[in-house]
Design a protein around this ligand. Sequence first.
Ligand code: PAF
Length: 286
Amino acid sequence: MEIINRRPRMASLARKLRRENKIIGLVPTMGALHEGHLSLVKEAKQRCDVVIVSIFVNPAQFNEGKDFAKYPRDLTGDAALLTEYQVDYIFAPSTQEIYGEGFSTYVYVENLTETLEGASRPGHFRGVATVVTILFNTIRPDFAFFGQKDAQQVAVIKRLTQDLGFDTEIIVAPIVREESGLAMSSRNAHLSQEERYAAAIIYQGLRQAKIAMREGERNVTKLSALVREKIESEPLARIDYIAVVDNETLEPIDKIAENTVLIAVAVRFGKTRLIDNAIINRKSNN
Ligand code: PAF
């Protein structure tokens, strides 16, 4: 496995791989890898000849400088894990390498980025869309892998891939959960033991909606109320939002019909804000 820091080197290597007709898979990450990321790597290994994992803590997607500064960084640990998984390359550029002097071009995806996570993190998706565009342009992967846990990010990236004409197929891997049902996230590390235990209520809430759907409930207000009721039964949980939206457009829906429906939630436990979601009207639910 090779660690590449320079963008021109990454681009020329990717060009060479394409000339050799290799199928290139990209797993974009910000490092601090956990089981969720590794599931993306496993999926990439299955589909691609060459797997590149990018590790870049992207300043443009943080609203507050202190969150960016305290984001966990462990390139040595991450590299050791990725060696075990036989990843071919890590692309780990510096901030300067991505946002060089005079950088002033950003990618803004309209409509999908102001609600849900975008409402409490202004500019976040502009940062995500910009860095993903740069990564796609540099590597031009055949496949790129993202986790369903960040459902809004997935919707934004699918939109930009289509709108900007990238020849990259977006693969979305199911949410990886701890035994309790808590979705894997680098933020879980900030939870106290008590909060971590309590946070399993989120999945239980989402399951209420899935079960009710299976039993024939189609009223969105009722489904949403079931999730709320369950989560609110946990005294440590503070709900930020529960949204029932179209999985692609993220428009709120009031009636379950043909479109794929996403229930997305954000819940605080102490200082930590967790997100999770479930698709409730698909046969193979995650
Ligand atoms: O999901 C993440 O880790 C980041 O948002 C991504 C996609 C790597 C862009 O920085």
